[in-house]
Ligand binder design. Structure first.
Ligand SMILES: [Fe+2]
Length: 308
């Protein structure tokens, strides 16, 4: 008997503009969930009643092997090994669509989100189908990125963005250099800190379904994702090659605001969202679907794990 023939079908409710929603009263077969999200990108599971990080952790561990995050672009709190808070990102700014750690060699296959406290307004975790996004992007843009890849350039300093310890789990220079060499990251030390460059593929094939997916953080980690005033301030202080992070075509050519806008417009056209309710679990196939975070007001607690 093959694994797939043994899986129970999940009867999720599929509504336009929303992620598939499964209402449950008891546990669901983890393999069935993984198979579902590989095919549909995401699944919102309502009814598990997850009340705190410990509840979330118990369910997360049933769904996959939890990873220790490395190369984070924004710090998180850590509740337990592999169990984190949402990234610290200004509540009044949305996070553009992205695939977690698409610039790392060790990419999580699954993103797991559990809502403990929904915000009073906003704060949804929207998702977008990366295969549909790829098909909708201008072919010449896709061709250029497929040919060249994309480049992530990061600058670590003591003043802004993720610290070396946030990103590498250590601030020991030798350990950081070893990590960079092992992970195909070019690095150079400057007076103000560390600069890294890594070139990655912009399109990947899903290992389970074979679907080609737009898989990168070209738009989200671009200088153009920042508010105009913030970008101008940072350029003034750190110069163009000193921004905390920025992206480029794989040959180093800069990416203009027009490209950034095209990518985000296509994302927006393919984005689905459902407001969080306390106790919800959102499972996202990190290759098949991008995710983001809407701006919000009030307290919000979403527990997160990255799983293999
Ligand atoms: Fe994320």
């Amino acid at each position: 008997m093959t694994v797939s023939s043994a899986l129970p079908a999940l009867h999720a409710d599929v509504q336009p503009g929303k992620p598939p929603l499964l209402r449950v009263e008891s546990a669901v077969d983890p393999q069935a969930i993984r198979a579902f999200v590989a095919e549909h990108g995401s699944l919102l599971i309502r009814g598990l009643g997850l009340r705190d990080a410990a509840d979330a952790e118990r369910v997360f561990r049933q769904l996959g092997h939890l990873m220790t995050e490395r190369e984070a672009f924004a710090p998180r709190e850590r509740y337990a090994q592999g169990v984190y808070s949402a990234s610290k990102w200004p509540p009044n700014q949305q996070m553009c669509m992205h695939h977690e750690l698409s610039y790392a060699l060790g990419v999580p296959n699954l993103m797991l989100f559990a809502c403990v406290v929904p915000s009073a307004s906003g704060g949804a975790t929207p998702v977008a189908d990366a295969a549909a996004v790829l098909e909708a992007l201008p072919p010449e843009l896709v061709e250029r990125f497929e040919r060249l890849g994309w480049l992530l350039i990061r600058n670590y300093n003591d003043e802004i963005g993720a610290s070396l310890a946030d990103a590498f789990g250590t601030d020991d220079r030798n350990a950081i250099e070893s990590y960079c060499r092992a992970n195909a990251i070019d690095f150079e030390w400057h007076e103000s800190g560390l600069r890294t460059r890594q070139r990655r593929n912009a399109v990947v094939r899903h290992p389970r379904t074979g679907r080609r997916c737009w898989f990168n953080q070209i738009a989200f980690l671009s200088e153009w994702t920042m508010a105009v005033e913030l970008r101008e301030y940072l350029l003034d202080v750190y110069r163009a090659d000193g921004l905390p992070f920025n992206t480029a075509f794989g040959d180093g050519e800069p990416i203009g605001p027009d490209v950034f806008q095209v990518i985000n417009d296509v994302y927006e056209a393919h984005t689905v969202r459902e407001p969080w309710q306390a106790g919800d679990l959102l499972v996202v196939d990190n290759l098949r679907a991008a995710h983001g975070r809407e701006a919000f007001e009030g307290p919000r607690e979403v527990v997160v794990a990255l799983a293999e």
